[in-house]
Every structure is written in C-alpha cells, then in structure tokens.
Design a protein around this ligand. Structure first.
Ligand code: SF4
Ligand code: SF4
Length: 365
C-alpha cells in the first residue's frame, strides 16, 4: 500500500492524472494511454461499513458498503487525489451508489449492455468505450493516440501474463503455493514497474520451492477451486478457512483471480475495438446469460486437477447468488464434483460455522 501511495503521489507531482476504478470491466488501457494512473479504489474493510450504513441500506453487499464507507470516512488514500472515477452499470447496488459518489467526485459511468451474446450489445459497448476515450481526453487535457493505445495494450497484456503465470503456479501437484499467498498478490495500481518486479520475483521464488522439494501442502491434499464474488486483502476469510481446514485453494475463478487474466487484448487491428472486445468477454454474473463462467470453471477444474468447487457469495449480491443455482447444477452434473455455496459478509462472526461446513465437505473428498 505504501509503495502504491508513493507512486500515486509521484504521478501527481509529474502532472499525470489519477483515475479511480472499481470493477474489472474498466478498460485500464485507455487510462494508461491518457498518461494517467488507474487505481482500484478501496472496498475491502468491514470497519468502513457502519459509516456507509448511515446512508445506504444495511441489506446491501458488503463490497458496495465498504467502498462507500471509505469515501464517507476519508480512509481511502487515493480518493482525495482522483481526477475522475470510471464506473460501469454492473449490479444495481453499485450503479446507484455511483450516483451518490457523483455528488463528491467527477464520475463517468460506462453503460454495460448485459446481453453479451448479441451483436448490438457489443456495438453499444464499443461506443461506450469510445465515449470514455473522449471523457478522459477532456478531463485530463490529453490526446489519446492509437500508438499510445497499442503501447498500453502491450503493457497491460504483459502485466496480465505475469499475474497469470503466478496464479498458474497453483497447477503444481503437490502444491507449491497456497491460495492465501496468491490472494496477497493483488495490487491497486496498474502499469507500475515496482509491481512487475515483485511479481517476477514471486514467480521465481515460488518456482524454486519445487526444485528444493518444499511444498505448500502434502500430496493428496484436497484441491479447491474458488468461484463467485471477488476477494481482496482484508476479505480473504473464506480462503483462510478452507486452508485452515486442511484443503488448499489451487484456482481462483474470480475477478480477484484468473477471470480477468484469461483473455488478453488482441495486439493487432483497431486498438479501441480490441480493448472493448476483451473486456466484453468477462464472464461476470451481471451478464445474462453468463455462459462463459461455467466454461471457465470447467476448464480450470481440469487444468488445476480440482476436487471440489466452493462458490463465494457476498450477502445481498443477487446476481452471483441466483447464478449459484446454475453453477451448482453444472459442477455436480457435468463435472461430477462436489459443490458448496458460502454466503457471508466481511465480519468474522461466522468463521467457526464456516469452518465446520468446509471440514464436512473436505471429509467427503
Ligand atoms: S464480479 Fe463483475 S462487477 Fe464484480 S469486479 Fe468482477 S466484473 Fe466487476
Ligand atoms: S459482489 Fe455482487 S453485489 Fe457486490 S459489488 Fe460485486 S456484483 Fe455487486
């Protein structure tokens, strides 16, 4: 965090823009091509929720409440220096929360058309991405050239490839890395050289464990795929519980894991269209239907030799909650694997109950 705060301060001193984002649908390549820093804003702390509940309804997802609470309590170190927040119409709670943020900061909302299989839907999304380019140019008083877009596509692809290689260490059997270690890799700003160096060092260090015969768990330890809502530093309770219960999270099919790393941006053709195409393929539960998610889960289960799937649903996240019925069916009937849904929030109050449920699942494997 301190490295990131320093990097953002340095960018400000250099006269660069700083743009806040909340979701994996935000095309960070555009922000980088505008010579600005994309910063994923804070939203993973239970302590900011009571403040948010003075404005927002209590029965809203903790991620939305925590994000809004950070703003109300001035705890997000990046928020004060932002030139713009870029957001999308994903779930209803977030979309309405953005209207409240708009009273405090300039915000640009991309309309995300949700029938992602339809040609018109992509055309509309592409026009939204074009409008974002104009908005960034006007706000930051820059011109975003095709050449700058191509450079930022290559930079973001490189960053995603590195992160993907780190997550792919989870394929090793016996495991050489824990899900907890992998979830600590998350960072808030993109396009930062310091992160790339840390990621490369992490991959090299963990890779050496195999040569040295140092394993993160014994051979035969139940291997879990985590799917569902994203986690972040501070909200990894379920990953901790799974690993404290004697299993290991080898694959994370979430926005905090492999989901946004699965597809790269095409480096040829029209750069704006290539960027729009990559993001529009993200298999988020706000899409209807969301066929990409079972496809990705099935592929990861095979590649990571998974024994069971655990689906994390943040309380009041209706899209992931309803979709869990389809994922349950897919995992049990098509993959022939045990499946468990966990609905929880950011508090620690259900940790022991969760442990009992996870242990019961593990005993069956
Ligand atoms: S799960 Fe959906 S809404 Fe949440 S960060 Fe990912 S893409 Fe965005
Ligand atoms: S977890 Fe669900 S409800 Fe919460 S912000 Fe993400 S998509 Fe929206």
């Amino acid at each position: 965090m301190s490295l990131e705060v320093d990097a953002v301060r340095e960018a400000k001193r250099e006269g660069r823009g700083v743009v806040g984002i909340y979701c994996e649908f935000t095309p960070r390549e555009l922000i980088l091509a505008a010579n600005a820093v994309p910063v994923c804003l804070c939203g993973a702390n239970a302590r900011t929720i009571p403040a948010a509940e003075t404005v927002l309804p209590a029965n809203l997802c903790p991620l939305i409440k925590s994000s809004f609470g950070y703003i109300l309590t001035n705890r997000c170190p990046f928020y004060m220096v932002l030139d713009l927040v870029v957001a999308e119409t994903t779930c209803d709670g977030k979309k309405k929360m953005y209207e409240l943020i708009a009273e405090k900061k300039p915000i640009h909302v991309l309309e995300l058309t949700q029938k992602s299989e339809e040609v018109e839907a992509f055309d509309h999304w592409l026009s939204e991405v074009r409008k974002l380019k104009v908005k960034l140019e006007q706000t930051l008083k820059v011109s975003i050239t095709d050449e700058a877009l191509r450079r930022s596509i290559r930079a973001m692809n490189h960053e995603r490839q590195l992160l993907k290689r780190a997550f792919e260490l989870g394929k090793e059997n016996p495991p050489i890395v824990t899900g907890r270690e992998l979830s600590d890799l998350r960072y808030r700003i993109s396009g930062h050289q310091g992160h790339l160096e840390m990621l490369a060092a992490f991959i090299a260090d963990i890779g050496r464990r195999k040569e040295e015969g140092k394993f993160a768990a014994l051979s035969g330890t139940p291997r879990i795929l985590l799917t569902g809502c994203p986690t972040a530093q501070g909200t990894t309770k379920l990953i901790e519980v799974i690993e404290e219960s004697g299993a290991i999270v080898v694959a994370q099919e979430t926005c905090s894991g492999l989901k946004p790393l699965d597809i790269m941006v095409a480096e040829d053709g029209d750069p704006l269209e290539a960027i729009a195409r990559k993001y529009f393929q993200l298999p988020c539960s706000c899409m209807t239907p969301n066929k990409g998610r079972p496809e990705l889960i099935g592929r990861l289960c095979r590649d990571y030799k998974v024994d069971a799937v655990i689906d994390l649903v943040w309380q009041a996240c209706h899209t992931y909650n309803v979709e869990s019925y389809l994922i349950d069916q897919f995992v049990r009937e098509e993959l022939g694997m045990p499946y468990m849904k966990v609905e929880t929030d950011y508090s620690d109050s259900d940790r022991e109950r969760l442990k009992m449920r996870v242990q019961t699942l593990i005993e069956m494997l």
